[in-house]
Design a protein around this ligand. Structure first.
Ligand code: ATP
Ligand code: MG
Length: 230
């Protein structure tokens, strides 16, 4: 794990092509400020996932540079990059095991107290305690006994426990009720506090809360600013 990470990520003239004939990103210049939340918005195929794929070094840019706190990502050990950048995906990855095991994923050394504290902090403790065996309830792969909202809260607890420097979130688009939405917003706030976060955002409510918004179209930045500026 890298130490003294501020968590600023800069894209400098980044071009990337999965397929040489059709670049997915074309000359991207961007700064994801340390400790702030940036929302990435844009139509399907505009390049949002590609940006976060490059940040985790699932791919390297075709040309241009990505800098983490001023250092070229290519010069940082891959294991260190992966330990610093963590994902909360749209479809939360749930495996067969207890709720506790599922939250502990990514932090094998976490104690039960750590796990419960993380769940409480993001507002997941309430629903977990109502399950048949609380934190020791066995869930099936895909977590079919849990609602979409509950799975989201579980993923927030997991991410908080993992405590990455840089957090990437792909917001769920599923319809959830207002009460659950409020719980998710509150959990998110705790999770994002003081951390560099990049959010592939779909909901206006989360976009509004972001410190900075970047609008992508056809692999280029077409607009950026705060919600008020845009
Ligand atoms: P969505 O909102 O649908 O998730 P997105 O903004 O995340 O879209 P990307 O997935 O970054 O868009 O895709 C950008 C471009 O790259 C698209 O033209 C897409 O078809 C192409 N692309 C994405 N992934 C791959 C891949 N693995 N191989 C080839 N082309 C890809
Ligand atoms: Mg995508």
């Amino acid at each position: 794990r890298l130490t003294n990470v501020e968590g600023e990520v800069v894209f400098r003239d980044v071009t990337f092509a999965y397929d040489a004939r059709r670049p997915a990103l074309k000359g991207i210049n961007l700064t994801f400020a340390a400790g702030k939340t940036t929302a990435l918005v844009g139509h399907t195929g505009s390049g949002k996932s590609t940006i976060v794929n490059l940040m985790s070094r699932f791919y390297d840019p075709t040309s241009g540079t990505i800098l983490l706190d001023g250092t070229d990502l290519k010069e940082i050990r891959l294991a260190d990059v992966r330990a610093s950048v963590s994902y909360v995906l749209q479809d939360t990855f749930i495996f067969a095991g207890t709720i506790m095991d599922n939250i502990r994923f990514g932090r094998p050394d976490a104690t039960e107290e750590d796990i419960i504290a993380a769940a409480k902090a993001v507002g997941a403790d309430d629903f977990i305690r109502k399950l048949a065996d609380g934190y020791h309830t066995e869930v099936e792969e895909q977590g079919s006994v849990l609602s979409v909202g509950e799975r989201q809260l579980l993923s927030f607890a997991r991410a908080l426990l993992a405590n990455p420097h840089i957090l990437i979130l792909d917001e769920a688009t599923a319809n959830i009720d207002t009460e659950t939405e409020l719980k998710i917003q509150a959990g998110l706030k705790t999770l994002l506090a003081g951390r560099t976060a990049i959010m592939i955002a779909h909901r206006l409510s989360t976009i509004r809360e972001a410190d900075h918004i970047i609008v992508l179209e056809n692999g280029q930045v077409i607009e950026e600013g705060t919600h008020q500026q845009l």
